[in-house]
Each structure stands twice: as C-alpha cells, then as structure tokens.
Design a protein around this ligand. Structure first.
Ligand SMILES: NC(=O)C1=CN([C@@H]2O[C@H](COP(=O)(O)OP(=O)(O)OC[C@H]3O[C@@H](n4cnc5c(N)ncnc54)[C@H](OP(=O)(O)O)[C@@H]3O)[C@@H](O)[C@H]2O)[C@@H](O)CC1
Ligand SMILES: [K+]
Length: 497
C-alpha cells in the first residue's frame, strides 16, 4: 500500500475536490463513516476533542453518528479563537440543531470540565490535528493533549495522533497516545518513523474511494512491502534442475565467529538456491562440512574461491566476518571477480564504510547492502540517533550515493534502490535474537539465486523473514533463526505465483 506525506495527501484531496468536482463534505462524510467502523458499539460515554480544521470536521461527523446511536457524547472544541473550517462549521451547525453538548475550551479553567468528562468516558475521539499540523504546539494545545493522555481509558485518533508531524513523525511538543489510529485513504509517512508506534497504537487504513489515477499522479514512490510481495515468486517448473535455481556463494565466517556462516548458508539452501557453496575460514571448514549437508565448502585461501565467485549467480558476503585486513581482501575479491548480484552484510559493510570506492563503477545496480542502524551510522559517518530519526531519507540517500540497494534493518525495515522505497510491515520483537540478520542475508541471496531481481528479492526476503517470525510468534515466546530456517520452504509456497 502507498505511503503519503501530508503534502501529497493535500494535493490528492485538492485534485479530487477541485479537479474532479467531488463534494468536500461528501468526502468528509465518507471518512466519518469509515471511522465509525472502529468505534466500539458497546462504549456509551464518548468525548470528542476537536481542533478547528477538517480533522475536527471528521470528529464532529463521528459525534453526530454517535448521538444518533444514543450514545452520551460530549464535544469539546479547542480552536483557541481560530475560525473553524467550512465543513467543520457545517457539522457543528447540524450538531447544534441536534442539541448536542458542545463546549469551547477558551482558558485554563475550561480544562477542568474536559478532564472530568474524559475521566468519565469510555473512549476519546481525537480530532485535534491531522495532516494539517505543521509547527510546534503552544501550551494551549499541549495542555489539552496532556489531559487526553492523563485521563483517557481508550483513545481513537483520526488520521494521525494529534501532535505528530505527518511528514517526519516529530512530536510537536506533545502528542496524543492513541490506542488505535484510523488513517484515511493511505498510510501517512510519519507512522514509519522511529517511536511512532508508541503514539499511533494499532493503525488501520480506511479507503475514501479516491480514484487511483489521482493518487498515482502524486505518487512519492513510498509503499509498504505488501504492495509487491504477493505472488512474485516464480513457480517451480517440474522440468527444472538444480542449475535452474542458480549457483550461490556465501563468503562468511571467521576464526572468531562460527554460527553466522552456517545460518546464512542454510537459509539460502532452504530458500531454494540450487547449488550453494560456503567459503569460510580454514578452521571452520571441517566443522561446516559436518553441519551443512546440502552445501559445498571451501576456504578463502583456496583458488577455487575466486573460480566459484566468477561462476556464481549471486554472492553473499559478510556474516561472521571480522573487520580486519583479511576481511577487506575477501570483500575486494568478491567485488572484483563478480558481475552478478552481491549481498553485503555485517562486517563486509563495516569494511566498505572505509572503502566506498569499491562499490562504484558497477554496470548494474545489483549490490545489496543490509546494514542495521549501527552499521548504517558507521557507513554514513553519523550517529545511530540520526539514522533512527531519518531512516527513510538516510537509506534513500545512501542508495543514490552508492548506486546500491539498501536494506536498512530494524523495526519497519526500509528497502530502497534510491528511487522506490518499501517499508516492511512484518516482524516483531519476538525475533530479536542473534543470527536473524544472517538468516535474512541467506533468504535474500537464495531468492536472487532463483532469478528474482535483487531489489524485489530484498523486499520479498525481508517480508517473508518477518512473516514467518510473526506466524511462529503466535505460538512461541521467542523465535530463533533456526526456527525460521526450518519453516522457510513451507511458507515460501504461499508466495508462489
Ligand atoms: N485528505 C483528505 O482527502 C481528507 C482529509 N480529511 C481530514 O482533514 C484533515 C486535514 O485537515 P486540515 O488540512 O484542515 O488540517 P488539520 O489537521 O485539521 O489542522 C488544522 C489547522 O491547524 C493549523 N495548525 C498547524 N499547526 C498548528 C499548530 N502547531 N498550532 C495551531 N494550529 C496549527 C493549520 O492551519 P494554519 O494555522 O497553518 O493556517 C491547519 O490547517 C486530515 O487529517 C483528515 O482528518 C477528511 O475530512 C476528508 C478527506
Ligand atoms: K487526530
């Protein structure tokens, strides 16, 4: 699904109303009806907190429907003297005719009534600000938001939790902590920023029926990954043989780290890569030979290592490497001897941070870097906090700068080729365990090996990795990389075209 900025949303709405002749109040009523689906019919006492724009207009429409359903509804308008939007006034006038309870919050003392009503309510409908919030809130508004957060039992936010900047997720002084956010028509970009989940609660998107040709015109090329993950895995032809599914080399492991190489190689095997060779350190060879039944093993010093890279359809490099000179040599060998796609992970990315020039001058955009925020920060020369605050921008700029595909891991992994951006929606903290990144590298590599282009393989690989984790975590308290590996081929069936 598409993800939009407030600016794009405004343009889409404007074109629909002013270009196509859609009635703005009818559009607001569509929003109202879709928000109503998320109000628990058992709730009796409802407080509706409104600002003065169209977010408030939506909230007033919701209030009207709730009154019709015989709910006890208290409406608070928090406009701080500002004139209400046209459609907001329309809804308010209908409410006056219906003898609805409407109070204006004008001064600090008025907050007492708001606090009391909220504490007696089952649910608060938050219609203070939506996509229109553009600057820091003053104390008039931060006090109202504090009241909601202090006294409410349950909050349903309309479009965006009030106080969150729809573009970058910044908290503009204070922000409503919603239990659920009903986003209108599209996900808003802010939902995928660091810590947004603490404020949005569960997010649901409700369609307003805006025609696709309008939204495509203002496409900012940011999507959730389910936009392309459905049925993109090619069907396995019954006449295929192991060569059909590609030759994969995994350059992983060092004297120091053992498990990562095994996990990455085994994940590639289980994803369906045809012929997998693990190149590893000399000390690891006998151990890996006994552990990996379906992969061939060689060591980095072997002359076979370069030969196999040259013959490969995809190479993965990095899991369990060390960040020393011998790792640099391995990374150089991988890059200089291959035209095929490469997936660089872990210490290979750390090595490349100091040797970005190795990434330049490739004919095709077929290198995938899969950093976690720490590796991304090192690669970009910024702090982890910077990365977390601007995940989408940093991933995109790095993709443009390096001509690589970037998979910035973490909650809502960002996958971008510098043009399109996909944000992953699968996976959870149940998967926060060692080896998960190595497993992901193996899955992405295994998908590329079978002919998927590196960008699609990255989007699908991240999605499947989290999807399996989510499914397993319904029955398991924590999920390990081995749990995922054991289930990959079973779950991949669901993604077959
Ligand atoms: N898109 C769609 O298709 C549909 C959208 N709909 C709904 O409309 C919502 C957007 O409505 P909106 O544009 O009227 O803005 P809203 O969020 O109500 O804010 C109100 C005003 O606040 C102001 N303001 C900004 N910062 C401020 C601050 N710090 N402190 C004080 N004031 C501040 C700013 O005005 P300014 O002061 O800049 O003139 C702004 O205009 C959207 O989220 C959705 O719920 C649906 O009805 C139907 C279809
Ligand atoms: K809101």
């Amino acid at each position: 699904m598409k993800i939009v900025t407030p600016d794009a949303m405004r343009k889409i709405e404007d074109e629909y109303i002013n270009g196509y002749g859609m009635d703005s109040f009818a559009l607001m009523e569509t929003a109202v009806i879709s928000i109503m689906k998320h109000v628990n019919i058992k709730d009796r006492n409802i407080v509706v907190v409104c600002g003065f724009g169209n977010n408030a207009g939506d909230a007033l429409g919701v209030a009207r429907h709730l009154i019709v359903l015989h709910k006890i509804v208290k409406i608070f308008i928090c406009s701080n003297g500002r004139e209400l939007s046209r459609d907001c006034i329309k809804n308010m006038n209908i409410l006056y005719k219906m003898n609805a309870s409407i109070e204006f919050i004008r001064k600090t003392e008025d907050l007492n009534s708001l606090n009391k009503s909220i504490s007696e309510s089952d649910v608060v409908i938050d219609g203070l600000f939506g996509t229109g919030l553009s600057r820091q809130l003053d104390t008039y508004y931060t006090d109202i938001i504090k009241s909601i957060n202090t006294y409410s039992k349950y909050v349903l936010s309309i479009d965006i939790p009030s106080g969150m900047n729809g573009e970058n997720g910044y908290i503009m002084g204070e922000c409503v902590k919603a239990n659920k956010t009903v986003a209108l028509q599209f996900y808003k970009k802010c939902f995928f920023c660091d810590k947004a989940k603490n404020y949005t609660g569960d997010v649901v998107v409700e369609s307003l029926g805006i025609p696709k040709e309008i939204s495509e015109k203002y496409d900012e090329k940011v999507y959730t990954s389910d936009e392309i993950t459905d049925k993109i895995l090619p069907k396995r032809n019954k006449y295929s043989h192991k060569g059909t599914f590609g030759r994969t080399t995994i350059a992983a492991g060092s004297e120091k780290y053992t498990g990562a190489a095994y996990i990455a190689a085994q994940a590639a095997v289980k994803t369906g890569a045809g012929l997998v060779t693990l190149a590893t350190s000399k000390e690891q060879v006998p151990i890996m030979q006994s552990k990996l039944a379906e992969a061939m093993i060689c060591d980095y010093e072997d002359k076979y290592f370069v030969e196999i890279i040259k013959k490969s359809n995809v190479v993965a490099c990095g899991p369990g490497l060390d960040s020393n000179d011998s790792s640099l040599k391995i990374v150089e060998e991988v890059i200089t001897n291959s035209e095929c796609p490469i997936v660089f992970d872990a210490d290979a990315i750390n090595v490349l941070s100091a040797h970005k020039e190795l990434l330049f001058g490739r004919k095709e955009k077929n290198i995938v870097l899969t950093p976690h925020p720490g590796e991304m920060a090192r690669f970009c020369g910024c702090s982890i906090e910077d990365v977390n605050n601007k995940r989408i921008e940093i991933a995109k700029n790095t993709a443009i700068e390096t001509n690589c595909i970037i998979v910035l891991k973490g909650y809502n992994t960002v996958i971008t080729d510098g043009e399109k951006i996909f944000i992953n929606t699968t996976g959870s903290s149940a998967m926060a365990s060692g080896g998960m990144g190595d497993c992901l590298t193996g899955i992405v590599t295994g998908l590329i090996s079978q002919g998927l282009d590196p960008f699609k393989a990255s989007v699908l690989g991240v999605y499947i990795h989290g999807f399996i984790g989510d499914s397993l975590s319904k029955q398991m308290y924590s999920v390990t990389a081995t749990d995922i590996i054991n289930k990959i081929s079973l779950y991949l069936k669901e993604f077959e075209s």
